[in-house]
Design a protein around this ligand. Structure first.
Ligand SMILES: [Zn+2]
Length: 202
């Protein structure tokens, strides 16, 4: 699981200059990674995590997980060969806090929730930043309801103002993300083999 980031742990959110240097703004650059990721289901078949092939392989070899979907390649350990895991299911049910996803406000999670597009102009090009709708200088909080994906141009234009002061409008009101947001954070492009396991989740 990704480390839990407290909302306060978002330094310099409204400063495009700082954010431009951060990785993760370009969804196209992430596409190659999705194929080497493994979707982890709870024993109940509920998606709970995304991990590396290596981690998934260890879980399978330790018989803590079973492979539900596998890739074309086989993986060889010292003593055995297993198919490349694509979706695994934990053998034992793991209790996951119901609102765990709500606490994890990170830039990538905000981008994923917003479909990697600026919530003011809709642009998906260039560097993405995060914007406090109500600037922190005006009492705005670092919550899902007050943080949106914003392109550099819109972030500059809005500056330290409220949207209406800058004559800008949000495309939709920001809300907490769905419980499966972490999957979209880890893999902006969802592998086909994962889809049937995500469909029943709201
Ligand atoms: Zn924009």
């Amino acid at each position: 699981m990704a480390a839990t980031a407290r909302p306060e742990a978002l330094p310099g959110d409204d400063a495009p200059a700082t954010l431009a240097a951060l990785p993760g703004g370009d969804p196209a650059g992430q596409r190659g990674r999705s194929t080497s990721r493994v979707l982890v289901l709870n024993a109940s078949y509920e998606p709970i995590n995304v991990c590396t092939v290596r981690r998934a392989t260890i879980l399978v070899l330790k018989q803590r997980a079973e492979i539900l979907e596998h890739g074309e390649y086989a993986l060889h350990s010292e003593s055995m060969t297993i198919p490349q895991p694509v979706v695994i299911r934990l053998v034992t049910y793991v209790k996951v806090p119901r609102d765990a996803h709500r606490r994890r406000i990170t830039r990538r999670a905000v981008f994923a929730r917003d479909g990697w597009s600026c919530q003011y102009c809709g642009s998906r090009k260039g560097t993405l930043t995060v914007d406090h709708v109500i600037p922190r200088s005006k009492g705005g909080t670092s919550t899902w309801e007050n943080i949106v994906t914003c392109c550099v141009a819109c972030n500059r234009r809005k500056g330290d103002r409220l949207p209406r002061q800058a004559n800008m409008r949000l495309r939709r009101p920001p809300r907490p993300p769905s419980p499966t947001i972490f999957i979209h954070v880890a893999a902006p492009v969802i592998p086909r083999a994962w889809q049937q396991y995500l469909e029943h989740v709201a």
